[in-house]
Write a protein that binds this ligand. Structure first.
Ligand code: FES
Length: 158
């Protein structure tokens, strides 16, 4: 894999070197690196002849992009109204406690990134937590440990 200071030539080769390729190229970088390294954003801006602030605008506008390294598992806790009234804040508290995180963010071992989101579109299943592409419905504090175990790649620390 190319280093973070060089845009992978194969990625650029898949797309026209035009402004309309900006989002698909960023999506491909995000897919491969799980975030958008700053050095790559600069190079994409240069290659596509798009002002760097515009590249950053796109990179920060869409939720699917991250400017920070993301853990192996992305945990999204819905704090929309339906989830909030059905206990999502308590689920979030338990998640952060179990992962020893002071606030939403990434664990030092890069296993998990926790984020809060507003409504993931399945309010009838509230409270909802999404992990990567899976939806965990009717979450509770009691279900958090079991859910995390499914995704943790190392033996659980006691
Ligand atoms: S408020 Fe959580 S899914 Fe809609």
């Amino acid at each position: 894999m190319a280093t973070e200071t060089e845009v992978i030539p194969e990625i650029l080769a898949q797309f026209d070197q035009t402004r309309s390729s900006l989002i698909p190229i960023l999506q491909e970088i995000q897919n491969q690196y799980r975030y958008l390294p700053q050095a790559m954003l600069r190079q994409v801006a240069q290659k596509l002849d798009v002002p760097l602030p515009e590249v950053y605008h796109v990179a920060t506008f869409y939720n699917c992009f991250s400017l920070e390294p993301v853990g192996r598992n992305l945990v999204q806790v819905c704090l929309g109204t339906a989830c909030h009234v059905r206990g999502a804040p308590k689920v979030l508290d338990r998640l952060l406690t179990d992962l020893k995180l002071p606030a939403p963010g990434t664990t030092p071992d890069m296993e998990f990134t926790v984020r809060t989101v507003r409504c993931v579109g399945c309010c009838g299943l509230a409270p909802v937590v999404r992990v990567n592409d899976s939806t965990h419905p009717n979450m509770s504090q009691a279900k958090v440990k079991g859910m995390l175990k499914k995704y943790y790649s190392k033996p659980a620390a006691q």
